[in-house]
Design a protein around this ligand. Structure first.
Ligand code: HEM
Ligand code: HEM
Length: 493
């Protein structure tokens, strides 16, 4: 794809990698803790029911989990790869432009500082109460600045490029930038409502410019596309670069990658209605959401099959290379969750699935399998090249892979059984129409599944700690010659 001699500057990419590891650990630790809270509710008040209890309860911690894994772990991982991949596929070094270096550093540090404020504000319970868009308006403004800085970095690198062709990964990064900018601005239109007597959160309070059904509709147009453009398109960008590099294979079909790209772009934006089925949203919007969700299988599987077929003729690498294992299983989980999602979007299925743990299962086979594994694999690929060191232990990497895979399997299978049991019990009734079960019956029956999920989450977290350790030991090991490194894994560039 590109020639060697340029000295790429990885300082910004490294900062984002450190943050991916740090926030990834915090976010998954909190996720594991709330999973145990659901199994054993007394953990909600582990320090007693005094002043501190509000900070350890499920409702306060859940949002810290979701926002730290999505906007901390995933976005940092995406930006770590952007500052690595962008330079390489455009054949331009950031070090060639002082402005680009400043933009990159500002991008990281403003993001880092805003994340710290976000964590404090969420701990304090200051939220807009819109899922995945909980931040109040001052933080929304900060996020806008961060996003614009990323945009400036993309435009800047493209402006200076020596390589004319924009490699497919760039298309996906650019789409991520444009779509999230639009989603963020439109969903967060709000009016600040300073009130005098409300303590520290009062001056940052606001109300949405949308009300009732419109608010729900815009929110889930945003929510669904946050999944599309934070948990899907940038991850596709990552795998389209790293899988060919790591395996030494060319992408199976460039045409298919473009076809899937435009398919995803066109279809994703209309599918958000599947989050508000059976609500007051107009019926045609709900039906459109369902129909577009089912069609979405095509471009999603187009991308996934393209990734898997890239390994054609080289399947032995799946057995021999743990990094390839992560990427191939990641792509398989992508196929899996993009089949499961459309099924859940069919109205009659959604009538059982909505509000149940089956949705949580769907979220996590995508998040842990597809998103988590792809980011982990990309970091394992980048670190030896950035630090000119061999990976500390391939054995540890393989063990991590199996422990985390077992964790994911326990997570989603338990949530499938729990969710379908829950959905069936909620709707069961006798011949007079009386409900067969009280709500608490449907909660107690879930207890064993909550324990299995918490064990699965703990395994995934243990694997993540092994990952951090392996990366740390790699960074602090003896430097090797480039040629020695090349023997370790196919490098290409
Ligand atoms: C073809 C692609 C997909 C379709 C059609 C789809 C469809 C759905 C449906 C129907 C729901 C449940 C809505 C409800 O009843 O509450 C849902 C929830 C969700 N999906 Fe997907 N899904 C897809 C892919 C993915 C992927 C790849 C991820 C990535 C991890 C993902 C993450 C989520 C999340 C986070 C939620 C929960 C949102 C919430 O209620 O907070 N989905 N999806
Ligand atoms: C150790 C790993 C993890 C564990 C144990 C874990 C656990 C949990 C738990 C217990 C919940 C609350 C479920 C409920 O309200 O019933 C949750 C929600 C959620 N988690 Fe995780 N999680 C982990 C990793 C991740 C990662 C890596 C991501 C994203 C990249 C993620 C994204 C989400 C999302 C989007 C929700 C909200 C789902 C919804 O509202 O439908 N999680 N997680």
């Amino acid at each position: 794809m590109e020639n060697r001699p340029l000295e790429y500057d990885y300082s910004v990419s490294k900062l984002f990698i450190y943050n991916t590891l740090f926030v990834g650990f915090i976010g998954m630790f909190v996720g594991t803790y709330i999973a145990w809270e659901m199994a054993f509710p007394s953990l909600n008040v582990i320090f007693g029911d005094g002043a501190i209890a509000e900070y350890t309860n499920f409702s306060r911690l859940r949002v810290l989990h979701t926002d730290s894994v999505i906007y901390g772990f995933v976005l940092s991982g995406v930006w770590a790869t952007w500052y690595y991949v962008g330079q390489r596929v455009l054949k331009v070094s950031m070090a060639e432009s002082k402005t680009l270096m400043v933009i990159g550093k500002l991008h990281f540090w403003i993001y880092f500082a805003s994340s710290a404020v976000i964590v404090v504000s969420l701990f304090m319970g200051i939220t807009t109460s819109k899922e995945y868009a909980e931040f109040e308006w001052p933080l929304d403004l900060g996020i806008t600045v961060i996003w614009l800085l990323w945009g400036a970095s993309i435009a800047g690198l493209i402006g200076l490029r020596r390589e004319k062709t924009l490699y497919i990964s760039l298309w996906y990064y650019i789409a991520t930038f444009l779509a999230v900018a639009m989603l963020h601005l439109l969903n967060n239109l709000e009016i600040p409502t300073y009130y005098a007597s409300g303590g520290i959160g009062a001056w940052s309070h606001s109300v949405s410019m949308y009300a009732g059904t419109n608010d729900a509709l815009v929110q889930w147009w945003f929510g669904h596309n946050a999944v599309a453009f934070v948990l899907t398109t940038p991850i596709v960008a990552i795998i389209y670069y790293f899988l060919p590099k790591e395996s030494g294979q060319a992408i199976y079909s460039y045409k298919l990658s473009l076809l899937s790209f435009w398919g995803l772009m066109f279809i994703y934006l209309w599918a958000g209605g599947h989050h508000v089925l059976f609500s007051t949203v107009p019926d045609w919007v709900q039906t459109m959401g369902s129909v577009f969700s089912v069609i979405l299988i095509l471009p999603s599987w187009g991308s996934a099959i393209n990734m898997l077929l890239t390994m054609k003729g080289e399947w032995q690498q799946v057995a021999s290379s743990p990094i390839i294992k992560f990427m191939v299983l990641g792509s398989t989980f992508y196929m899996f969750s993009t089949l499961e999602g459309p099924i859940q979007a069919i109205k009659s299925v959604n009538a059982i699935a909505h509000f149940t743990d089956w949705i949580i299962g769907h979220v996590h086979d995508g998040a842990l399998g597809w998103v988590g594994f792809t980011i982990i694999a990309a970091i394992y690929h980048m670190i030896p090249r950035m630090f000119k060191r061999e990976i500390y232990s391939k054995k540890l990497m393989a063990t991590q892979f199996w422990i985390q895979t077992l964790g994911i399997v326990l997570y989603f299978t338990s949530m499938w059984i729990a969710g379908i049991t829950q959905g069936m019990m909620w709707r069961a009734h006798d011949e007079f129409g009386n409900l067969a079960y009280s709500f608490i019956d449907t909660v107690t029956v879930l207890h064993p599944y909550f324990i299995i999920r918490a064990v699965g989450g703990t395994l995934y977290l243990i694997g993540f700690v092994m990952f951090i350790y392996n990366i740390y030991k790699t960074m602090s090991a003896r430097q090797v010659e480039e040629s020695e490194l090349q023997n370790a894994t196919p490098m290409g560039a």
